[in-house]
Design a protein around this ligand. Structure first.
Ligand code: HEC
Ligand code: HEC
Length: 485
């Protein structure tokens, strides 16, 4: 324990000067597109891959310390129990990665998996598992809204493709891509979209339930999450139109998910289907299922081992009295939460070019903003760094039916197998710089922004059609605008 704190303190002392330097030119609230400026010459753009790594500009010195501590925990590589460093042990027994950063690489998005790359663990993605309700009791539990899915009976709600020594991992994920040609109405171009088909292979604990629902998800970027948490609930609800009363073809509704701390159903904000209510719960669920680390919220030392996985249940764990009977104490999860709440959003770029200005106009004209809601003023009730700010996230945080093409056929709380939460678009133009790729959508199937738009269906079908009817240069302008975000 002592050693652990010592390391953290050293990091904390070493870091603030660098952190303060990187603050310049960065603001926590994204500047209005009309007023945003080029980044300050001292901004971390000098190292473009660090564009998602700055703290909120308006943190106090004490808060900057907490941010630095949080960052070291986000980066921390956990080890299996028993270990001499009790503050870092408890990994697994089943897990997907040993640190948060392993998936949220440079706080950016993860990358999709490659076909037949079965020797390596999948990396920065998660394969969620569940089955439809099998009994009236299970259906009643789903209806009551206390659980979002019925877990696969042996493997649980997530496939772990890694395990501690002495235990088998659950299996490996494979994908096959099929290319589908899309032609524009003016015949100027054909684009090929790759449609993934996922399989789970090398299963070590027997076959999956025959009705297993699979949902593959890439780790989303980590910027601006505290600001999304600070959007007023009334503003989100105001955009809901579940029965499409305004007949614009777009319904949009909130997910309703179980808040473990409050012990009640609240609106969901985080995850690709808005399946989590708060950053705290999302982070703790990640510790639990992605890394097998227990916390006061998920106290089971055996992580995501199910009761069918007896050997897994019996492996040693790192729960200890001095860590609130968990592997990650309440203090540790608080620091991680602070970090995830305070990663700054880079300002918009190239806002004064004709191309971007025209692209922004088109974005509104063809209805992209119907779901990618540009602007909010955050609540005054949020922590000081997030309160009363004008922000430009380009999301309504609502669920939309995106059509059969994007469907995962795996419901999560209220969200159906065809619904996804509108992802924020801020920072999306920096994906190449931060993540060295441009693979978008929930499973990274789109290889660039054009493909991401062409995958839009369902409620977004009309908007996509209008996009396809634009002239090639207007299509280019719209995409250049999205790249400026
Ligand atoms: C194995 C890869 C992986 C690891 C490790 C991982 N995550 Fe994630 N993370 C994801 C994926 C995938 C999602 C999307 C989940 C969903 O759609 O439900 C996600 C979502 C999130 C979100 C919500 C972001 C949003 O835009 O809604 C937060 C916050 C988060 N993770 C924090 C963490 C923290 C903190 C850790 C470490 C304790 C962590 N993650 C570890 C893959 C990972
Ligand atoms: C009906 C609501 C809706 C409309 C209209 C809409 N989108 Fe989306 N958009 C979504 C949802 C939901 C997703 C996530 C889908 C997924 O991951 O499967 C998404 C994803 C995206 C992404 C990828 C984001 C990421 O992080 O991977 C981009 C880029 C995007 N939309 C741009 C646009 C543009 C440009 C338009 C206008 C042509 C548009 N959208 C219209 C709802 C909408």
């Amino acid at each position: 324990m002592k050693r652990f704190y010592l390391v953290l303190i050293i990091i904390a002392i070493a870091a603030p000067t660098a952190t303060i330097a990187t603050l310049l030119g960065f603001s926590q609230a994204q500047a209005s597109p009309a007023y945003a400026s080029e980044p300050h010459p001292d901004a971390p753009y000098k190292k473009p891959e660090r564009a998602f790594s700055s703290p909120s500009a308006n943190l106090t010195q004490e808060e900057q310390m907490a941010f630095t501590l949080g960052r070291s925990l986000f980066k921390k590589i956990w080890v299996s129990s028993p270990s001499s460093t009790t503050a870092s042990d408890g990994l697994g027994p089943l897990y997907n990665a040993r640190s948060c950063l392993r998936c949220h690489i440079r706080n950016g998005r993860g990358h999709p998996i490659e076909t037949n790359n079965l020797k390596n663990p999948a990396g920065s993605i998660i394969m969620r598992l569940s089955i439809p309700a099998q009994t009236p009791q299970q259906q009643a539990m789903l209806d009551a809204g206390k659980i979002g899915v019925i877990p696969e009976p042996i493997y649980g709600t997530q496939l772990q493709d890694l395990s501690v020594q002495g235990l088998q991992a659950e299996g490996r994920i494979n994908v096959r891509y099929q290319e589908i040609a899309v032609r524009f109405p003016d015949d100027t171009a054909t684009v090929s979209l790759r449609k993934p088909e996922y399989r789970v292979e090398q299963l070590q604990y027997g076959p999956l339930h025959a009705e297993t629902q699979l949902s593959l998800r890439v780790a989303p970027p980590m910027i601006g999450l505290g600001l999304l948490a600070a959007i007023k609930e009334t503003d989100i609800i105001a955009n809901e139109d579940p029965d499409d009363h305004n007949h614009d073809g777009i319904s949009g509704r909130t997910n309703h998910v179980w808040d473990i701390e409050q012990q009640q159903s609240v609106i969901g904000r985080f995850g690709w289907k808005a399946g989590n209510p708060t950053l705290k719960q999302q982070n703790n669920a990640a510790l639990h299922a992605d890394m097998g680390i227990s916390s006061p919220m998920f106290p089971k030392g055996a992580g995501e081992c199910t009761t069918q996985q007896i050997r897994c249940q019996a492996m040693p764990n790192g729960n200890s009295a001095h860590l609130d009977n968990a592997e990650a104490s309440a203090q540790i999860v608080d620091w991680i939460e602070f970090y995830t709440r305070n990663l700054a959003v880079p300002a918009q770029r190239n806002t004064t070019t004709k191309t971007v200005i025209n692209g922004e106009k088109l974005f509104t004209q063809i209805g992209c903003q119907q779901c990618h809601t540009p602007r909010y003023v955050t609540t005054g009730d949020a922590p000081a760094a997030q309160a009363n700010q004008t922000i430009w996230p380009y999301t309504d945080l609502l669920l939309h039916d995106m059509g059969e093409g994007l469907a995962d056929h795996r419901p999560e709380f209220v969200a159906t197998g065809r619904e996804w939460r509108t992802p924020p678009l801020w920072g999306i133009g920096l994906t190449q710089a931060v993540s060295q790729h441009t693979q978008f959508l929930h499973d990274g199937r789109a290889r660039n922004l054009l493909e991401a738009i062409l995958w839009h269906g369902g409620e977004a079908e009309a908007s996509k059609r209008r996009f396809m009817q634009l002239t090639p240069s207007n299509r280019h302008h719209l995409i250049t605008f999205v790249e400026s975000l």
